[in-house]
Design a protein around this ligand. Structure first.
Ligand code: PMP
Length: 320
């Protein structure tokens, strides 16, 4: 992977090579940071790059930081403005991933959350697929349980908690699966290592509730709305047993990186006939149009980076 040209570090556009963190940095030693993963989608026809739901992402970053007793000082408007500034500097004309990181930068020894100094960084990199097998991933149920709220709150994207995801992800990949399925402490379905999980069963789209040790995913909330409003599917947030997933008609995962990834096998068992399901395929196609600014009803989720195309889109000249 080539490194980015710039970083937005504490509000300053800085050459990436000039950003340095010392070996004693608190977040590096104790995991005391929170991060964000935001996608920007390239629309070739409109020659526009759209940040997807950036305000929701910066809000979640702020909330994740607050769990670490860390205040992100800047307003949401300013933060999204900084993201745009960074993307303009990088000049990317392709699908892009923006990593945000709020972290304690003090170079001190002593594990705690108070009396420390936060830093906030954003970097952008070109990004395609995260899970190759988007049309039919194979999940393996992990022996690692998802961290729960009274251990490290999974509601926040807390750096240290991702050791839990990394343990499960490597075990799954090394065992030949595409992704791990983590159960919560009660043995119910929680989520993937970086994705929320959905199943379609008897006509209803079901996903675990926020109390099942999940991250409150932004793609998850987008899919709940699209399924209901555009596909007319009843949706329900309730606990899911592992074996319900085995018997589901369709299963998929959602995430900024994974987008909507169909799951066609779990633990070497085929989901239904083991092929990409029709509702999952419809949602994938709809989602791809939405994120590239092609669905006027959801245009407010898409934040244009390049100023020139905005007027054309508003005038309906370009539909994306
Ligand atoms: N769960 C976990 C553990 C994640 O890291 C992510 C990725 N941010 C998700 C779910 C999906 O969340 P989102 O759709 O907001 O990216």
């Amino acid at each position: 992977m080539t490194v980015p040209r710039f970083a937005m570090l504490d509000g300053q556009l800085t050459p990436y090579g000039e950003t340095r963190v010392g070996l004693l940095t608190h977040a590096l030693n104790y995991g005391t940071g929170a991060f964000a993963g935001i996608r920007a989608y390239w629309n070739a026809e409109a020659e526009q790059l759209f940040l997807f739901r950036p305000f929701d992402h910066v809000r979640r970053l702020r909330e994740s930081a607050r769990l670490l007793r860390m205040e992100v000082g800047d307003s949401d408007d300013n933060l999204v403005g900084r993201l745009v500034e960074l993307l303009l500097a990088e000049g990317l004309r392709q699908d892009t991933y923006v990593r945000g990181l709020a972290f304690y930068r003090d170079e001190v020894v002593g594990v705690r959350l108070h009396g420390l100094t936060p830093s906030l960084a954003f970097v952008a990199i070109p990004f395609g697929r995260y899970i190759e097998n988007i049309g039919g991933a194979h999940l393996g149920t992990s022996g690692w349980r998802r961290v729960r709220d009274d251990v490290i709150p999974p509601r926040g994207k807390i750096v240290g908690a991702y050791v839990n995801s990394a343990l499960a992800k490597s075990d799954a990949e090394l065992a030949g699966f595409d992704e791990a399925l983590l159960l919560d402490e009660d043995g119910r379905v929680s989520e993937g290592t970086g994705e929320n999980v959905f199943m379609l069963r008897r006509g209803t789209l079901v996903t675990p509730p926020v109390s099942s040790s999940i991250l409150e995913g932004i793609t998850r909330s987008s899919v709940l709305r699209l399924a209901q409003d555009e596909l007319g599917l009843p949706v329900c947030e309730r606990p899911i047993d592992r074996t319900e997933l085995y018997l589901a008609d369709e299963v998929f995962m959602t995430g900024t990186a994974a987008q909507i990834t169909a799951v066609t096998r779990i633990d070497h068992r085929a989901i239904a006939n083991g092929e990409l399901g029709p509702q999952t395929a419809r949602l994938q196609a709809l989602f791809d149009r939405v994120v590239r600014g092609g669905e006027p009803r959801y245009r407010e989720w898409c934040h244009p980076v390049y100023a020139h195309a905005t007027a054309e889109i508003a005038a309906g000249l370009v539909t994306g």
